[in-house]
Design a protein around this ligand. Structure first.
Ligand code: GTP
Ligand code: MG
Length: 157
């Protein structure tokens, strides 16, 4: 997902994220230059103790589940609550990834995903890191939300 966004490419033989990766991407939103500092947090539970450190100071998050895996959707609320424990309430986009796959391989009910998004107060978007679908849009949306929050914060000062 991150590779698609940063380098506009996809690789099938990427290694599982060991711990955390960090990447930077510069964007222009509403004529404002934004530098996104992106932490890619490995999903494996053995890295869970390290995660809180990376959550600290975050302004937004992308919750990516795999539409072939209902378990991956079920894990999202736990992720979000551990993020909120570290940083309070920050905006999230729920992303149903692997949307390039044939409908018969898609095992997550759209209704379940949309219900969860509504319950968590976030938007939902189908994505494909492989095909490039929805990735740029999701990062732009999250960058816009960060910009809105930064503006509100500035107005209060
Ligand atoms: N068909 C398809 N496969 C994908 C897509 N995105 C990722 N994959 C495949 O799904 C597998 C897991 O992708 P990763 O990017 O390693 O997933 P991850 O969530 O970063 O996993 P961890 O680093 O272990 O937390 C890999 O085999 C990818 O090639 C997609 O959009 N479409
Ligand atoms: Mg990874």
């Amino acid at each position: 997902m991150i590779l698609r966004f940063i380098k506009e490419s996809f690789s099938n033989d990427l290694k599982k994220t060991i711990g955390t990766n960090f990447l930077i991407k510069d964007l222009v939103v509403d004529d404002v230059n934004i530098r996104l500092l992106v932490w890619d947090i490995g999903g494996q539970s053995s890295f869970s103790s390290m995660r809180a450190v990376y959550f600290k100071g975050s302004n937004a998050c992308l919750g990516v589940y795999d539409i072939t895996s209902p378990e991956s959707l079920l894990k999202i609320p736990g992720w979000l609550s551990s993020i909120r424990k570290s940083v309070g309430s920050i905006p999230m986009i729920l992303m149903g990834n692997k949307h390039d796959l044939a409908p018969e391989e898609q095992r997550v009910d759209e209704k379940d995903a949309l219900d969860l998004a509504a319950r968590l107060g976030c938007t939902h978007r189908y994505t494909s890191a492989l095909a490039g679908e929805g990735v740029e849009e999701s990062f732009m949306e999250i960058a816009k939300k960060c910009l809105d929050i930064a503006r509100k914060y500035e107005d209060q000062q």
